[in-house]
Ligand binder design. Structure first.
Ligand code: NDP
Length: 457
């Protein structure tokens, strides 16, 4: 994949970049090590002041950086600006809470024959972050804010189609006051990742992206015995039961499936609806998906822009075509847009069966698959019936039923009567092929720490 900004709304190449040569990668890793030595000596208060300065910059620059994201990957400008503001909030959250999350954990000194015993969190060193284009600022920030607050340094290998957003991030933390080398962007292709991760100076890695990229990074990290956090794809279920507020569920379903032009790992993708409310839900859902405004992502009032890459659009088109060839019905959308750019409309597909690709694969575009079920048992079976386990949504006003879904859904998150969203306050991550490890919350900042046992006699 070339390292370039290509406007997905038009297909126009706006800017190209050469990948960093090996000697510059080596120098950047060197700066990451010296940055780590400097950063680990600073206090939480100092790091928090820099992190709050980064938040101020983000808020002040939201228009420009939002526009940049829209031009690079096609999300609506409204969504892009909201993403920038969310990043600023995450910076402030970790500025406020890192010290508490990483406070020494006292142990029972008597029981271990010590005068004092406790566990202390310490940073690991340079961490490689391989990040995707779909939330180009947020995905990187939810690694960067906790990592820097813990005293780690970051080396960002961003997706090749968002190089200018990557460069913005590479400068943001230095501008906010962090020491040289604390956070750097390496403009490199995925072919450079093995070399970087194999470098003994790089201590760990985090990836958000596809299953393939996850397997590849985990294989290198396994060979090198390095810690990884993997946040991979998802095909989140959205279960609607008879006691649900069906109209509200259909509205939220539309937002969840169309957010970010349908390219979110935690978007609801499979809508599993009890037969008693199936027709009501499908009618409302199809009406709301059809009513979305598709168009120029820079304009106010646009709900859905183009897909980020031509390949991504072709993949979605092929998955829908496969479902139709096997007997599925398209209730709205289902035809790619004409002309330049990588357009695919909000689409609802019903009558899905297990022989269709959409049944088990993630669809990374605004395409909803709807399933009719006769019982709670069948809903749970279909919900858990994919290789993924990232988020899950259930709509019910019956408390024991809700409890059952909370317990039985194989997922890293369950949202009841709401839409799966990432919050700095809640852990984020998956099970099964959606990956392992957690981002955000206290769990996220602790992932890249050495939890050192201290025994003082
Ligand atoms: P990728 O996984 O290919 O890209 C994500 C990041 O990983 C990019 O920085 C990419 O670099 C890098 N990468 C890709 N392959 C490797 C590799 N073998 N070794 C090391 N790094 C690698 O995602 P795509 O953009 O191709 O999207 C394809 C699918 O991935 C989607 O359909 C979706 O299922 C999933 N995805 C999930 C996301 C999520 O939020 N969980 C986000 C994006 C994608 P480069 O750009 O240079 O190839």
């Amino acid at each position: 994949m070339p390292i370039a900004t290509i406007n997905p709304a038009t297909g126009e190449v706006l800017k190209k970049f050469d990948p960093l040569p090996p000697e510059q990668i080596d120098a950047a890793i060197g700066r990451s090590v010296s940055g780590f030595r400097a950063l680990r000596e600073t206090s939480f208060d100092q790091r928090a002041a820099w992190m709050r300065a980064a938040a101020d910059l983000l808020e002040a620059e939201q228009d420009d950086v939002g526009r940049l994201m829209t031009l690079e990957m096609g999300k609506t400008l409204t969504a892009a600006k909201a993403e920038v503001v969310k990043c600023a909030k995450a910076c402030r959250f970790y500025a406020d809470n890192a010290e508490g999350f990483l406070a020494d954990e006292p142990a029972d000194a008597d029981a271990v024959g010590a005068l004092r015993a406790y566990a202390r969190y310490q940073p690991l060193g340079p961490v490689l972050a391989v990040m995707p284009w779909n939330f180009p600022l947020w995905q990187a920030m939810r690694f960067a804010a906790p990592a820097l607050m813990a005293g780690n340094t970051g080396l960002l290998k961003h997706a090749s189609n968002v190089p200018q957003t990557a460069l913005y991030l590479g400068e943001l933390f230095a501008r906010a006051g962090f020491p040289e080398g604390a956070f750097q962007t390496l403009l490199v292709g995925s072919d450079a990742v093995e070399h970087i991760l194999s470098d003994p100076r790089v201590r760990a890695a985090t990836l958000t992206g596809s299953e393939n990229a996850g397997r590849s990074i985990a294989a290198v990290a396994g060979r090198e015995l390095k810690k990884t956090v993997l946040e991979l794809g998802g095909s989140d279920p959205f279960v609607v039961l008879p006691s649900a507020d069906v109209e509200r569920a259909a509205q939220v379903a539309t937002t969840s499936r169309s957010q970010n032009n349908g390219q979110s790992c935690i978007a609801a993708k499979r809508f599993i609806v009890h037969t008693d409310v199936y027709d009501r839900f499908v009618d409302a859902f199809v009406a709301a998906m059809s009513a979305l405004t598709v168009g120029d992502p820079l304009l106010d009032g646009t709900d859905v822009g183009p897909l980020a890459t031509e390949q991504g659009r072709d993949d979605v088109e092929a998955q829908v075509a496969d479902a139709v060839a096997h007997g599925a019905s398209v209730r709205c959308g289902g035809q790619r847009g004409d002309g330049a750019g990588w357009w695919y409309p909000p689409t609802v597909v019903t009558d899905l069966t297990p022989d269709m690709r959409m049944y088990a694969e993630e669809v990374f575009g605004p395409v909803a698959g709807v399933y009719r079920v006769e019982s709670v048992e069948e809903a749970i079976k279909i919900a858990n019936g994919t290789p993924y386990g990232l988020g899950s949504n259930v709509w019910t006003s019956d408390a024991p039923e809700s409890e059952r879904f909370i317990n039985e859904l194989d997922a890293g998150a369950v949202f009841v009567n709401g839409m799966v969203t990432s919050y700095p306050q809640l852990p984020f991550g998956g099970v099964k092929n959606s990956g392992y490890g957690r981002e955000l919350s206290a769990a996220g900042i602790r992932e890249f720490c050495n939890l050192k046992a201290v025994w003082v006699g």
